[in-house]
Design a protein around this ligand. Structure first.
Ligand code: RAM
Length: 522
């Protein structure tokens, strides 16, 4: 894992845009959730062979369950939620002759309870792990945790009381937060039960990631990433249709480019918005795509007029990375994401994504009556360069990098960029499934989304639906309440950060079946 650090970067700050982002901000909705039952962790069908089963103890008897040193209970909220936990605690036995020392663990998936007890060696900060240690000096009390947690399960572990007394918990409550309610979702069903379940879990995933901004994952990184935003916005149009939240996020990115015009890959929005010093070639270009999709949905010309300039400046930066041949040549100062897997060459994806965004930029230019002649000419040049240099007419596949590697991601992004005829695209994706499936190097629902989208866009509908059922259905079979950041069907304990404890199990970029099926399922 490579972190981009240590550079001094100048950012612009457009206060008019920041004000517009603020105007679009709406209060969150709250739902009070009470646990459904007590559970225990056990071996079974789940991530890494870990699942949950009902405990022998009943939740109705909670206020009779006395816990002393080393005892614990796990509350099950019945579904995944994001919000704030509180519980009343009292003591029983002798007077309290020592403080209560409590350990709380919040888990999206049962595996987190196991992994959190092991030494941590993950690539991201341990501080993300959802646990807290608390001393309580006086009981009875109402313990209200200030931190927001993302979970279905809550473990209350008594590290110590004293030999003379024990604790009892009452009225555990979870105040769940989201920008949207499942009650206001445009209902949409297919004639297939598994797909309907996938749609429902997609909606729940998206709901829990829709907070003050579109978060990538409410457990981690809890912030606004452009690549995630693009997909969330599409899924949102197919479900909650919250215009303000997308508008808010677009204005935040548009307000804070670098002084040279590059748009950051992600923003921190805890207090005053802060652009991160991490730049990804594809994510920057997706500012254009997200604006384009937003315009398709709402025809909000004013927003396009405002944000056209930041889009143009971002594109100008991206075009600087074209080499003499008119193909994108990336440098280490501006890497590309595409997928968390790094075992394949991504340069052809970069050129395809540039074409994809450039086409959308040209459409936006027409909306605001700009002269697009130069851009149209540039687009033709790049497409010609791709057909002459990256398209192997003999095999029908696109090649990538110095070694002319043929990988699935390059085919997918070239299909999404629509540079071949519809007929050739259809053949290419059908041939790609034959050649690459099951995919070896693809690790995220984010990239699977693009594979499925390319299958649909190339009229390979049956292959697309089967892939949704296999991949997202595979997560459901392993007990997903919300879809995950990473999932490799051939490597079930895969983590992009070498530790399952840090994976996010409610990750926005995995919620797109709701969009894909609404758009393409016939
Ligand atoms: C990870 C997160 C985030 C994603 C970036 C590129 O940090 O999962 O959602 O957009 O990678």
């Amino acid at each position: 894992m490579h972190f981009q650090t240590g550079k001094k970067i100048d950012f612009d700050r457009n206060n008019k845009f920041l004000d517009k982002a603020k105007d679009a901000q709406k209060p969150l909705l709250t739902e009070t959730v009470v646990p459904q039952k007590l559970v225990t962790v056990t071996k079974g069908k789940g991530i890494d062979g870990i699942t949950i089963e009902a405990s022998n103890q009943k939740l109705e008897n909670l206020s009779h369950i006395k816990l002393g040193k080393g005892d614990s209970i796990i509350l099950d909220l019945g579904n995944h939620h994001v919000g704030y936990f509180s519980v009343e605690i009292s003591s029983v036995g002798s007077p309290m002759d020592a403080p209560l020392f409590l350990h709380l663990v919040f888990a999206e998936q049962p595996i987190e309870f196991v992994k959190i007890t092991e030494p941590y060696d993950g690539a991201l900060s341990k501080s993300w792990l959802q646990e807290d240690y608390i001393h309580v000096d006086q009981l009875p009390t109402v313990l209200k945790l200030n931190r927001r947690y993302s979970c279905r399960y809550i473990k209350l572990e008594v590290i110590d009381t004293s030999p003379k007394w024990k604790v009892v918990f009452h009225n555990p409550t979870f105040e769940a937060k989201s920008a949207v309610s499942l009650a206001n979702i445009a209902t949409f069903k297919t004639d297939d039960d598994q797909l309907n379940k996938i749609i429902a879990v997609s909606a729940k995933t998206l709901q829990d990631c829709m907070q003050d901004v579109f978060e990538d994952g409410p457990k981690r990184d809890r912030r606004l990433w452009l690549g995630d935003l693009r997909l969330q916005a599409l899924a949102n149009y197919a479900s909650f249709n919250d215009q303000n939240l997308v508008k808010r996020c677009l204005y935040l990115f548009g307000a804070l480019p670098t002084s040279s015009g590059r748009i950051t890959s992600n923003l921190f929005t805890g207090s005053e918005p802060i652009p991160d010093d991490t730049f990804l070639y594809d994510y920057g270009l997706f500012f254009i795509s997200t604006l384009f999709d937003y315009y398709q949905q709402y025809h909000d010309k004013e927003t396009v007029k405002d944000l056209f300039l930041p889009a143009k400046r971002e594109l100008a930066q991206a075009l600087l990375y074209l080499n003499k041949q008119n193909l994108v040549e990336l440098k280490s100062d501006w890497p590309i994401y595409v997928d968390s897997g790094n075992n394949f060459d991504k340069s052809t994806c970069a050129t395809a994504i540039l074409i994809y965004a450039l086409k959308q930029f040209i459409s936006l230019g027409q909306v605001v009556n700009e002269d697009m002649t130069d851009y149209t000419r540039k687009l033709q040049d790049i497409v010609e360069a791709v057909l002459n240099n990256l398209y192997d007419k003999k095999t029908g596949f696109f090649v990538s990098g110095k070694n002319k590697e043929i990988n699935v991601a390059s085919q997918v992004w070239m299909v999404l960029a629509h540079i071949l005829t519809d007929e050739k695209n259809q053949q290419l994706m059908a041939a790609s499934m034959k050649k690459f499936y099951p995919f070896k190097d693809i690790t995220t629902p984010y990239m699977y989304h693009h594979i499925v989208a390319a299958l649909f866009e190339s009229s390979n509908n049956e292959l697309a639906i089967n892939l949704i059922k296999k991949y997202w259905g595979g997560m459901l079979d392993l007990g997903a309440d919300t879809f995950w950041e990473a999932f490799k069907p051939d490597d079930l304990d895969f983590s992009p950060y070498n530790n399952l404890a840090i994976n996010s199990y409610c990750h926005a970029w995995s919620c797109t079946p709701i969009y894909l099926l609404k758009k393409y399922y016939k």
